[in-house]
Ligand binder design. Structure first.
Ligand SMILES: [Zn+2]
Length: 313
């Protein structure tokens, strides 16, 4: 357990994963912040929907080894650090050894315009002011969320963080409601993750969610762009149905940056909504018979660069 690490101690010195050579160097590796023994995980492919992605090399804990309590490479140590940097009662609070973060909607900008291509993109409903980021706290809030996204992206799944960090939204009446991690962070490296997201969004879309996926394309449309993520099949058995996620955005600087990140991993924090189901019927390569695929399209909006975490794997 613990984070996937990019640095280790080798012969008393810090070594970056990029400089480590398993064939030529000692395998006696330690955590950068404590004495825990680490092992090296080489780059390996992973099938994701119809495409194969590459899991980048990293260091991980050796079986049977554990980080010292409070080590920066533990979830607890990382959360403590995030809390110390961003402590604000409206954003993040601490109760004993657990932390709580408020899940807020990213505010709609006044110049946001809908176009025919994305008219069904999320529209913010009125009367839920409690759930928006307080005025003047957008950067502080989103950078806290971004730190949390980074921490989670370095873990294998939600299991370790969900015990230490609770997520909370406020209802219309001001009641506090807990949001489960499995309904907040959807990781494309887990099978059926997007289908679970789709089912959840069909029932509920009154809070922002994180999607951890891969950039498929940046598609220009009237008045902006769509950042489309690599779709995921419903399941390993069902590759006819696919979940496709597209984020509407306008910011030219962000678009330029994203262009260099095609096929790379990204985490996006945004309010999302199921839009519509579309179909596509190409001829099967082998049999030459038509075959129909169904795309279940989820849409979201990106207004701020801090909603995006690009991962340099
Ligand atoms: Zn450690």
């Amino acid at each position: 357990m613990g984070k996937k690490m990019k640095e280790a101690i080798l012969n008393g010195k810090i070594i970056s994963i990029n400089d480590y050579n398993q064939e030529k160097m000692s395998r006696d590796l330690q955590c950068r912040y404590c004495d825990a023994s680490l092992s090296y995980v080489r780059e390996h492919p992973r099938d994701l929907g119809d495409r194969r992605i590459i899991v980048s090399r990293h260091f991980k804990l050796k079986p049977g080894s554990e980080h010292e309590e409070g080590c920066m490479n533990t979830v607890g140590g990382s959360l403590k650090n995030i809390y110390a940097k961003h402590a604000d009662n409206e954003i993040m609070t601490k109760e004993d050894e657990t932390y709580k973060v408020r899940i807020l909607l990213v505010d709609n900008t006044t110049d946001f315009q809908s176009s025919s291509d994305q008219k069904d993109t999320v529209n913010n409903k009125k009367g839920r002011k409690l759930n928006y980021i307080p005025t003047g706290k957008k950067t502080a809030y989103l950078s806290t969320i971004k730190s949390i996204m980074r921490l989670r992206s370095e873990l294998d799944n939600n299991s370790e963080i969900q015990n230490k960090l609770t997520l909370e939204i406020s209802s219309n009446t001001g009641d506090k409601i807990n949001v489960r991690w499995r309904n907040f962070y959807f990781d494309s490296s887990e099978d059926e993750s997007y289908r679970k997201m789709l089912n959840y969004l069909k029932r509920k879309h009154d809070h922002s969610i994180c999607v951890d996926g891969y950039i498929k394309e940046i598609k220009p449309i009237k008045d902006g762009y769509f950042l489309n993520l690599l779709p995921q099949n419903f399941s390993q058995e069902d590759n006819i149905n696919k979940v496709s996620i597209g984020y509407y955005m306008k910011d030219q600087d962000m678009i330029e940056k994203l262009k260099n990140y095609k096929n790379k991993r990204i985490v996006v924090y945004a309010q999302c909504k199921f839009q519509k189901k579309t179909s596509f019927t190409p001829l099967n390569n082998r049999s030459n018979e038509p075959i129909t695929f169904y795309y279940h399209n989820v849409k979201g909006n990106i207004y701020d660069k801090n909603q995006i975490l690009l991962i340099d794997d």
